[in-house]
Design a protein around this ligand. Structure first.
Ligand code: S3P
Length: 171
């Protein structure tokens, strides 16, 4: 099976959808933020605070190169900025989880752990700046995606079913 890479804005539900997909398929799941945190033995928030965003992006590049050379049969969920890696299409079929900005923020805020979910994301601290980032990124996400799934008002289970169906032709 060709790898699948899940891209999309912070909070859109990449982790939740990935967890559902692996329940109903033979993919193995990994998450680029989790890989970076274990490589560094510290949280993303700490990496941003101590070493800055450019350093974090360099770590994402290291992960992207490793994924391309070493990973198969895997569903890769990513941080919202990982799509900028140049070798994305060489790694996997690219699936975008898409939703309007306001719906994403509503989704995060309705979560039982909303405060923690917001706090751990350095680029979501200022919602006005985050909206600007969303507007810049959305056309780039769409341009890269082989498959687009509109996740608005859908459960992770519904999105996962749609994903499994739509990626079949790329497998
Ligand atoms: C980022 C998204 C985060 C994390 C980091 C940067 C981004 O991941 O990689 O805080 O640039 O959009 P999530 O998309 O899982 O929040």
């Amino acid at each position: 099976m060709r790898n699948i890479i899940l891209i999309g804005f912070m909070g859109v539900g990449k982790g939740s959808v990935a967890r559902e997909v692996i329940k109903h398929s033979d993919y193995i799941a990994i998450d680029t933020d989790d890989l970076i945190e274990s490589m560094q033995n510290r949280k993303i928030k700490n990496i941003f605070q101590t070493d800055g965003e450019a350093y974090f992006r360099k770590l994402e590049k290291d992960v992207a190169l490793w994924l391309e050379s070493s990973v198969k049969n895997t569903l890769i969920s990513t941080g919202g900025g990982f799509y900028k890696q140049k070798n994305l299409k060489k790694i996997a079929t690219v699936v975008l989880l898409d939703s309007p900005f306001d719906a994403i923020i509503k989704r995060i805020k309705s979560h039982p752990n909303a405060t923690r979910k917001l706090k751990k994301r350095p680029l979501l601290q200022d919602l006005e700046a985050a909206k600007k980032l969303y507007d810049e990124r959305r056309p780039e996400y769409l341009a890269l995606a082989d498959v687009v799934i509109d996740v608005t008002n859908k459960s992770a289970q519904e999105c996962s079913k749609e994903l499994i169906k739509k990626v079949k032709k790329y497998a």
